[in-house]
Design a protein around this ligand. Structure first.
Ligand code: A3P
Ligand SMILES: CCc1ccc(OS(=O)(=O)O)cc1
Length: 285
C-alpha cells in the first residue's frame, strides 16, 4: 500500500476492502451463464443502473431495494466483502465491477454472462469523482479540482485511466452478450433505456411494473432511500456526516466546474486518446 491507493498490476485501487491478495484471487472467479454483470468506471452512474436492474428483477416491487443495501444486491466482485457474498450466492446473480478488462477474471470470456458496460461523459465522471472522493475515505483525497484534473488525465485515480478502461471494455461491443448503455441516454429517456435493457435481458414488464421501476429508480427517490444513497456508510467510508452518493444527478455539470483552458485541454486529450474509435459511440461528444 502506498500514496493513498492499493496498487495492483500498475492500477490504483481504493484503500478500503481491496488487497493485492484478493485481487489476484478474484481473477479466478467463475462467472455463470445466468449472471448479469454491470461494469463501469466509478461515477458513471453505476448505482443507478444497479437500482434499475434490481427493480427489473423484482418486477417493479420496491421491497428489495428498500430493505437490502445496494452493495449486497449487486456486490462488487473485486472487493473482499462483495466476493464473500457472491461466492455463496445462487444464480441468477447480479454482479458489479469497476475492474479494467485486462485484470478481469478470464472466465467472463468463456461464459454467456450478460454484460452491461455503462459509459458517461468523462468530464462529468471527473467532476462527480472529485466531489465524492473529498467526502469519503475510499481513496487519496484531492486538494483541489485542478489537482484531481491532472490525476484523472494521468490515470492516477481509482481504477486507473478512464481512457484505457473505456477502450478496453468497448472492445467487447457487438458481442451478443454485451450491451453498452450511457448515463446520457438513461437521463434523456429513462423509459426507452430501461426497455432496451429489459430486451437485452429477455425480461418484460407490465406497464404498472415499469411505472413503479421508474419511480423507485428516480434521482429523488434514490436520494431518500438509505439502502441506495450510501448514507449507511456515514462514519465509515463516507466521512462527511451529510455525505451521500446522490449529488446532482445531471448531465453536463462539468461546464460549471472546468475552466476554459481545462475544457480545451480535455477536448484535445479525448481526441488524441480515442481517435480510432467511432465518435458515435460517445453520445456526449
Ligand atoms: N437515479 C439517478 N439519476 C441520476 N443520476 C444518478 C442516480 N443515481 C445516482 N446518480 C448519479 O450517479 C453518480 C454516481 O455514480 P456511481 O454510482 O457510478 O458512483 C452521481 O453523479 P453526480 O455526482 O454527477 O451527481 C450520482 O448523483
Ligand atoms: C461499499 C460498496 C462499494 C461502493 C463503491 C465502490 O467503488 S466506487 O466508490 O464506485 O469506486 C466499491 C464498493
Amino acid at each position: 500500500m502506498s500514496d493513498g491507493y492499493v496498487w495492483f498490476e500498475g492500477i490504483p485501487f481504493p484503500l478500503v476492502d481491496y488487497t493485492p491478495e484478493h485481487l489476484r484471487a478474484m481473477q479466478n472467479f467463475v462467472f455463470k451463464d445466468e449472471d448479469v454483470l454491470t461494469v463501469s468506471f466509478p461515477k458513471s452512474g453505476t448505482n443507478w443502473l444497479i437500482e434499475i436492474l434490481c427493480l427489473i428483477y423484482s418486477k417493479g416491487d420496491p421491497t428489495w431495494v428498500q430493505s437490502v443495501p445496494i452493495w449486497e444486491r449487486s456486490p462488487w466482485v473485486e472487493n473482499t466483502r462483495g466476493y464473500q457474498i457472491l461466492k455463496d450466492k445462487e444464480g441468477p446473480r447480479l454482479i458489479t465491477s469497476h475492474v479494467p478488462i485486462h485484470l478481469f477474471p478470464k472466465s467472463i470470456f468463456k461464459s454467456k454472462t450478460k454484460v452491461i458496460y455503462l459509459i458517461r461523459n468523462p468530464r462529468d465522471i471527473l467532476v462527480s469523482g472529485y466531489f465524492f472522493w473529498i467526502i469519503s475515505r475510499f481513496v487519496k483525497r484531492p486538494e483541489s479540482l485542478e489537482q484531481y484534473f491532472k490525476w484523472f488525465i494521468q490515470g492516477h485515480v481509482a481504477f486507473g485511466s478512464w481512457f484505457d478502461h473505456t477502450r478496453g471494455w468497448m472492445s467487447m461491443r457487438g458481442q451478443e452478450n454485451v450491451l453498452i448503455v450511457s448515463y446520457e441516454e438513461l437521463k434523456q429517456d429513462t423509459r426507452s433505456a430501461v426497455l432496451k435493457i429489459c430486451h437485452f435481458l429477455g425480461k418484460t414488464l407490465e406497464p404498472e411494473e415499469l411505472s413503479s421501476l421508474l419511480t423507485h429508480s428516480s434521482f429523488q427517490v434514490m436520494k431518500e432511500n438509505k439502502m441506495s444513497n450510501y448514507t449507511l456508510l456515514r462514519g465509515w467510508l463516507i466521512e462527511d456526516q451529510n455525505g451521500s452518493l446522490m449529488r446532482k444527478g445531471i448531465s453536463g455539470d462539468w461546464k460549471n466546474h472546468f475552466t476554459v483552458a481545462q475544457a480545451e485541454a480535455f477536448d484535445r486529450i479525448f481526441r488524441e486518446k480515442m481517435a480510432d474509435l467511432p465518435p458515435e459511440l460517445f453520445p456526449w461528444e
